[in-house]
Design a binder for this molecule. Structure first.
Ligand code: NDP
Length: 290
């Protein structure tokens, strides 16, 4: 039996890697991209370039979307809604949970099934089963397409609510982008002191590698709503963050990021939590006015 045809719409680095993986696995792949030239390499290896979004939808029941955001999906498919009936859209683009829920309703209005995906891999991780993607939407739709989707990455099905995969994805990116910028900030301070990124690599890697233990220690306390200052006190934390800010300023480096951290710590102190753990700041974050 021949393999299921797949359409991929959006050929940035991610969509390109996905379409390439489907071709490598023997699927008939149809692609469409606003900038058509990005399909050249894929066409050379056997993919078909659709002449319009409607033609791309008509070519395969399973349609993967890999776009900058959901607005791009409406920009592309808004004039091709007649071709949505009977399709299964798997949207692997980043956006908010609310946008994902609205997109699922929009797809249903036009007779299409819909899954949300949040890819936890870079383009080089596509095709590697050790990476994974969060999925949500109807379980039956996920199960029916799981085998093909697992050619891209492993899968982690989060539930029926189409917003859930987007939510889990954004929660990881909340940690990822802030951590990645903290790394760049530390490197800027290091460079200003004659220390290279390479010199820093083992140390910063060690700090990040210690984070799972750190999270593990505090997780049960946070879930219990308990923030005792037996291991760390917010009064210590605020002084420590202030030292980070001052070290950056002394080196002539932008201190916006640690200053934002300091501002949250200071709000915790102002709320009377000096003797509690820094984890009590979650209460300040939940109620920005408190
Ligand atoms: P890019 O932003 O490089 O590519 C996005 C695609 O969206 C391109 O095909 C682009 O078309 C298209 N596009 C954007 N706006 C419009 C529009 N208004 N109309 C038509 N087409 C549009 O993204 P990536 O490929 O890197 O990523 C795709 C998705 O995957 C994103 O949501 C990203 O957040 C997510 N992601 C990316 C990762 C990465 O490491 N790159 C990792 C995990 C997730 P054109 O080529 O014509 O510009």
């Amino acid at each position: 039996m021949s393999k299921q045809p797949v359409t991929v719409i959006g050929l940035g680095p991610m969509g390109h890697a996905m379409a390439s993986t489907f071709v490598d696995n023997g699927h008939a792949v149809t692609v469409w991209n606003r900038t058509a030239s990005k399909a050249d390499g894929l066409v050379a290896k056997g993919a078909t370039l659709a002449q319009s979004p409607a033609a791309a939808l008509s070519a395969s029941e399973l349609v993967i979307l890999s776009l900058t955001d959901y607005d791009a999906m409406y920009a592309i498919l808004g004039d091709a809604t007649d071709a949505l009936r009977g399709r299964t859209l798997v949207n692997l683009s980043s956006d908010t949970p609310d946008k994902a829920r609205a997109a699922a309703a929009w797809a249903a209005e036009h007779g299409a099934q819909y899954l949300t995906g949040g890819v936890q891999a870079s383009p080089v991780g596509i095709g590697d089963p050790k990476t994974f993607t969060f999925y949500s939407g109807p379980a039956s739709v996920f199960e029916a397409n799981k085998g093909v989707l697992e050619l891209l990455t492993g899968t982690d099905y989060r539930g029926e609510d189409p917003g859930l995969a987007a939510l889990y994805y954004q929660l990881q990116l909340d940690v990822f982008w802030t951590t990645a910028l903290a790394w760049l900030h530390a490197l800027a301070v290091a460079n200003a002191n004659g220390i290279s990124a390479q010199d820093m690599l083992p140390y910063v890697s060690g700090t990040v590698a210690g984070m799972p233990d750190f999270f593990g220690f505090y997780t049960a306390r946070i879930d219990a709503g308990e923030h005792p200052g037996d291991v760390d006190r917010l009064a210590m934390g605020v002084a420590s963050v202030d030292h980070v800010v001052q070290t950056a300023r002394d080196a002539g480096i932008d201190a916006t990021l640690p200053a934002a951290v300091l501002e949250v710590f200071e709000r915790g102190i102002a709320a009377g939590r000096a003797d509690d753990s820094f984890t009590s700041l979650i209460e300040s974050l939940k109620k920005p006015s408190a």
